[in-house]
Design a protein around this ligand. Sequence first.
Ligand SMILES: Cc1cc2nc3c(=O)[nH]c(=O)nc-3n(C[C@H](O)[C@H](O)[C@H](O)COP(=O)(O)O)c2cc1C
Length: 333
Amino acid sequence: MLPESFPYCFAPLDNLSNYVLRRLIASTLPSGTQMAFFSPAINPSSVIYKKINIRENLPVNPGEILYYNLMHGNPDIIAAGMEKMLELKPAGFNLNCGCSRSKIKKRDMPPVGVALMEHPALVADIIKTAKKNFPDVHFSIKIRAGVKHNLAALFDFCRQAEDAGADAIIFHARSAEDQFKRPARHQLFSELKKHVKVPLIGNGDIINDEQAVLIKEKYELGGIMIGRGALFSPGIFRAIACRLNGNPIPHPVMTQSEIKNFLLDFVNIMDNDFGTAVMLRRTRLLARWLCKSLEFGLTLDGNFHKAKTLKDTISFINDFFEKPKRQYREASL
Ligand SMILES: Cc1cc2nc3c(=O)[nH]c(=O)nc-3n(C[C@H](O)[C@H](O)[C@H](O)COP(=O)(O)O)c2cc1C
């Protein structure tokens, strides 16, 4: 599922892991390194009915290894959506069984996100239907430990998914009830590993290159998925590649000028491709994480909330990175 030479991937992140952010992350990698990416959650019926919201989530960058993260609970709608999405030549598909916003199944609607974990037979049906229609197309699932922690139910869910033909399991080692309030339980990787034969990809609270490589080795995982760690530091995958290749690891992982250019590229492309309103919303979302890794980053984060135009946004970025930080230091005394 993930390239053997680089089994580390960028997680699906709603409103964030669009082609723009993925392209910029890929551009940080040493030349010749190829990694896998996941789209934000896509509702396959939006694809079937060509709704506008897929304009940002559907495109595949040239040469990109992209898995579409599917958010639905109806086997036939998923298969019909896959047929349309295959025209764009993704590397495969991944069923979102982890989104905790959808803990509760809505009346008369199929369960979606983590609610699917309470319906193992339905998930097995989704996988079987996908595999029957597209036998050669990769189909994995992305799960949590459950709505609540229940190891027996987790193992049974994975066994049924595997028997139905799932090609890999991505495991965010938290329950939906945990939210992000408690640390991911990485020791669950070894518990689940005893129960699955397909590659197990570990996910949750993996936030630096050293930890990513150690956890993969320690639990003998098929790969590692990183979400927020790449928003805190978009150069994390480059640092992992350096570590794997035995090259010096850049310290800091990204220089201030690289982060500045990364942000400028992001806002310019987003504004050009989707307009200012979307650019502002996505930039604020990205900044919520990225600014945490910057000294006095809260100032920049706050300024993104004041910005109304591309020009404001660019000048806040330029000011933050070009002006001496002494003024912020004095202001915080
Ligand atoms: C802002 C945000 C958006 C997310 N959107 C999705 C999504 O669309 N589909 C999905 O399967 N998981 C989604 N997730 C969960 C992540 O893919 C990942 O499992 C989780 O953040 C834990 O990994 P991390 O600790 O490396 O961030 C989202 C998480 C965050 C923080």
